[in-house]
Design a protein around this ligand. Structure first.
Ligand code: HEC
Ligand code: HEC
Length: 291
C-alpha cells in the first residue's frame, strides 16, 4: 500500500530499520493500571496547578493515554511503569533529548516525531505505529512544551538563587529560545571513490573516542561516568551494536557529529567528510559488521 503522507512513509522506513523494542512487551503488561493511576494524578494537577501543564487539551489527552505511564503525568520521568524499566524514561522537564540532528542540543520536530513513531530500540521507549500523523505531530509539540516548562522552572530557580529580579515575560521569552532547534545538520553523501580503511578509522577513533569508549570499543575508558545531572550512566559498549539513535549509517553520522546532549559524549568538529565516514565505518566494524 502506498503511504499517504511523509510521516507514514518515514514510519514504514524507520520500522524497517529499527523494528520494535525488546522491552516493550514486558512494559505494556503493567500499563493498564499505570494509565489509570497517571490519569488520576493528572486530573488532580490540572484542576489545581494552573499554568504548570501545557495548554493543548488534545496533547494532554494523547500524552496521558500513551506516554504518562512511563514519562510521568507532568513529564518528570516518574510514571508508575518507569520503575520496571532498565533504562530510565527521559525526564522532559530536566533532561535534554539525546538522539538529535542539530548542534545546539535541541531536537528538531522531526527528531521528536521519529522517536515517537519508531521508539528507541535497545532503550525501552516503545514504537507507536498505531498513532495517526496528526497525533504524532501534536505529541511532539506537547513534549516540546513540557521541555519549555522545565526551562521556566529552572530559570526561575536560577533568578531566585542569584537574588535577581525578573519579569514573567522575560522568563517566557528565554524559555522559548531554549527549546528552539538549530538547523539540522546535513549528512553528506559518501565521497566518490571512498574506500573504508580500518587503519585510518582506528587512528581517528583512538584520538577522539577511545578515552571514553576504550581502545577496543567496550565502553570501559571512563571511570564512573555521569550524566549532566551527576547520575551514573554507562558509556556505550560499541561492540554490541546497540545504537539507540538508529542503526543506519546516516544515524551514526549524526550521533558522532552532534554528540549526545546530557551525557559526556561531545559533538565532533574539525573532521572533513572523508574522516567522518571513516569513523562511521569503523564504529560499524567494531560492532561486528565487517565489510
Ligand atoms: C514503556 C515506557 C515508555 C512509554 C509508554 C513512552 N516512553 Fe518515551 N521513553 C522511554 C524510555 C525508557 C526512554 C529513554 C530511551 C533511551 O534512553 O534509550 C524514552 C525516551 C523518550 C524521548 C527522548 C528520546 C531521546 O532522543 O532522548 C522522547 C522524546 C519520548 N520518549 C517521548 C515519548 C512520547 C511522546 C511517548 C508517548 C507517545 C512516550 N515517549 C512513551 C519510555 C517510554
Ligand atoms: C567524553 C566521553 C565520550 C567520548 C569522547 C565519546 N563518546 Fe560516544 N558515548 C559516550 C557516552 C556516555 C555514551 C552513551 C550515551 C547514552 O547512553 O545515551 C556514548 C554513546 C555513543 C554511541 C551510541 C549512540 C546510540 O545511538 O546509541 C556511539 C555510536 C558513540 N558513542 C560513538 C562515539 C564515537 C565514534 C566517538 C568519537 C568520535 C565518541 N563516541 C566519543 C561518551 C563518549
Amino acid at each position: 500500500m502506498m503511504p499517504t503522507s511523509n510521516l507514514q512513509a518515514r514510519k514504514q522506513i524507520s520500522q524497517r530499520h529499527t523494528g520494535s523494542t525488546r522491552y516493550a512487551g514486558a512494559c505494556w503488561a503493567g500499563l493498564g493500571l499505570a494509565l489509570l493511576l497517571t490519569g488520576a494524578v493528572l486530573a488532580c494537577r490540572s484542576t489545581g496547578a494552573g499554568p504548570s501543564m501545557p495548554a493543548s487539551i488534545e496533547g494532554q489527552r494523547l500524552y496521558v493515554a500513551h506516554c504518562a505511564a512511563c514519562h510521568g503525568a507532568t513529564g518528570r520521568s516518574d510514571g508508575p511503569a518507569a520503575i520496571a524499566l532498565d533504562v530510565r524514561p527521559r525526564d522532559f522537564r530536566r533532561e535534554p533529548t539525546r538522539y538529535i540532528s542539530t548542534l545546539n542540543g535541541v531536537p528538531t520536530q522531526e527528531d521528536l516525531e521519529q522517536t515517537i513513531l519508531s521508539g528507541r530500540r535497545f532503550g525501552a521507549m516503545p514504537a507507536h505505529p498505531h498513532l495517526t500523523d496528526s497525533d504524532v505531530v501534536i505529541l511532539a509539540n506537547y513534549v516540546r512544551e513540557i521541555n519549555r516548562l522545565g526551562w521556566v522552572d529552572r530559570l526561575i530557580e536560577q533568578f531566585e538563587e542569584e537574588e535577581e529580579e525578573y519579569e514573567a515575560e522575560q522568563v517566557e521569552a528565554i524559555s522559548h529560545r531554549r527549546v528552539k532547534p538549530g538547523e539540522p545538520i546535513h549528512v553528506p553523501y559518501v565521497p566518490s571513490g571512498f574506500q573504508s580503511d580500518t587503519a585510518t578509522g582506528r587512528k581517528l577513533y583512538i584520538d577522539r573516542c577511545a578515552s571514553c569508549h576504550g581502545t577496543t570499543g567496550r565502553g570501559d575508558g571512563l571511570d564512573k561516568p555521569k550524566d549532566e545531572r551527576g547520575r551514573a550512566i554507562t558509556v556505550r559498549d560499541l561492540t554490541l551494536g546497540e545504537f539507540r539513535g538508529g542503526i543506519g549509517r546516516e544515524e551514526l553520522f549524526k550521533r558522532i557529529r552532534c554528540g549526545i546532549p546530557g551525557t559526556p559524549m561531545p559533538a565532533q568538529e574539525g573532521m572533513d567528510n572523508e574522516e567522518m565516514w571513516q569513523l562511521v565505518y569503523y564504529v560499524e566494524f567494531l560492532a561486528g559488521r565487517r565489510w
